[in-house]
Design a protein around this ligand. Structure first.
Ligand code: SF4
Length: 406
């Protein structure tokens, strides 16, 4: 391997990216660290972490490291007769040939782990055609426009295969950028923004300390859409709790209908460990909805959406992955998925919920811990025998499975 500066051989990676970017195996490039706002009650992702900007030169160095890994993967693939194709054999060869980079004694465990994650990220990215990049962390739009333009330009120059560059952004940051700056970013190659709308209801936004009003969300979203940047808005079913459930559904549908984004993605509320909202719920100031109530809320929300977005339910916290389709033409079909769930018999609903949650868990973690295995078995047995305590057993198993989502 022709890597000279082994000590620096890694690029920074943040903790999360949207599920769609994971599915497309996007290359992850960190342009800022953590979240500058960091106050949302339901969010625990960056709570103990300090926000910071990154220097353009440091981000460029990260891109250079990704390029070196990219080149090494291609070289190794050719050497072992795969002609540039990537598979487990390439990973194993790179790993084995470079114990000074990927081996256990190659540095502090955090750095070695990061190098391994970098390798896997670039391998998967290459395997999917090296077309998409996601800029981390919570809000790349907070960067100064010339710097962001420079980074996108450098990415595209370094990897001419790139077709899509996306990022998370806060509605407030979208609103703060002038139409000219958003246009400049679009022309530089910023293809899509993933915006956490969460709710279009002012009471919910205020309670959750989202730091933005419904009207600001409309204006921020419209600005992005007018700049021809693809817009993906996330809404959080359940976020209004029992108190605002109906208003949350109706106002969110109204706001999203006004924005008319390209995508509306559902990301149901999960009370996250270490989130202020969990403490609020424990203190009785927030009443979480039951799963069936969340389904009802989603039904009301979809019924009242009047826009041309593609609706997606691709987040592991969701129950109904079938809630997906192009509006307006697929609205009835989407509502049909909700109606089909509603019409299930109580035991069928329980079995369905257990199956879905188990599937989500296993798709991420691969297997159950002995403790969870026992809970799931107990739930299955109670369901099979239609025992009166089936609901309690299923809820206990689902509670254990959902704990892992947080
Ligand atoms: S803006 Fe996003 S990342 Fe930041 S605290 Fe809110 S939900 Fe979390």
């Amino acid at each position: 391997m022709n890597i000279k500066e082994v000590d620096k051989f890694f690029f920074e990676m943040g903790p999360i990216r949207p599920p769609s970017e994971g599915r497309d195996h996007s290359l992850l490039i960190r342009t800022t660290r953590n979240c500058s706002w960091n106050l949302c009650e339901f969010c625990a992702t960056y709570k103990s972490k300090k926000f910071s900007y990154r220097q353009v030169n440091d981000i460029k160095k990260d891109i250079d490291v990704a390029r070196t890994i990219h080149d090494e993967i291609n070289t190794v693939s050719s050497e072992i007769g795969l002609a540039g194709r990537v598979n487990r054999q390439v990973v194993a060869a790179l790993w084995e040939e470079n114990p000074h980079i990927y081996g256990e004694g190659a540095g502090d465990p955090e750095t070695v782990s990061l190098r391994q994650q970098n390798l896997i990220n670039v391998i998967n990215w290459l395997g999917s055609g090296a077309k998409t990049v996601f800029l981390q962390d919570a809000d790349a739009l907070i960067m100064r426009t010339p710097e962001l333009v420079e980074i996108i330009g450098y990415l595209k120059e370094t990897f001419p295969t790139i077709e899509r560059v996306t990022s998370y952004a806060r509605s407030k940051s979208c609103l703060r950028k002038s139409p000219e700056k958003l246009k400049e970013l679009h022309e530089a190659g910023l293809t899509r923004l993933h915006v956490g709308l969460e709710s279009g209801c002012d009471e919910v936004l205020a309670f959750m300390r989202k730091g933005v009003t419904a009207q600001e969300q409309v204006e921020g979203g419209r600005k992005v859409a007018d700049a021809m940047i693809s817009l993906s808005e996330y809404v959080m079913p359940g976020l209004g709790g029992r108190r605002w459930s109906e208003k949350h559904a109706l106002d969110s549908a109204r706001v999203l209908s006004e924005i008319d984004p390209d995508f509306i993605r559902l990301r149901s509320l999960v009370l996250r460990r270490h989130s202020p909202l969990l403490a609020q719920a424990q203190a009785g100031r927030f009443a979480e909805l039951l799963e069936d109530e969340v389904v009802e809320e989603i039904g009301l929300f979809i019924e009242n959406l009047h826009c041309r977005a593609y609706v997606v339910s691709d987040q592991m916290a969701n129950l109904l992955f079938g809630v997906e389709g192009q509006l307006p033409q697929d609205k009835e079909q989407i509502l049909g998925v909700i109606a089909a769930y509603r019409e299930m018999l109580p035991m069928e609903k329980l079995a369905f919920r257990l199956r879905q949650r188990l599937h989500s868990f296993l798709s991420v973690y691969g297997r159950l811990s002995p403790e969870l295995e026992e809970k799931v078995q107990e739930a299955r047995e109670a369901l099979q025998k239609e025992k009166p305590e089936a609901a309690i057993k299923v809820d206990a198993a689902i509670f254990g499975l959902k704990e892992a989502f947080v």
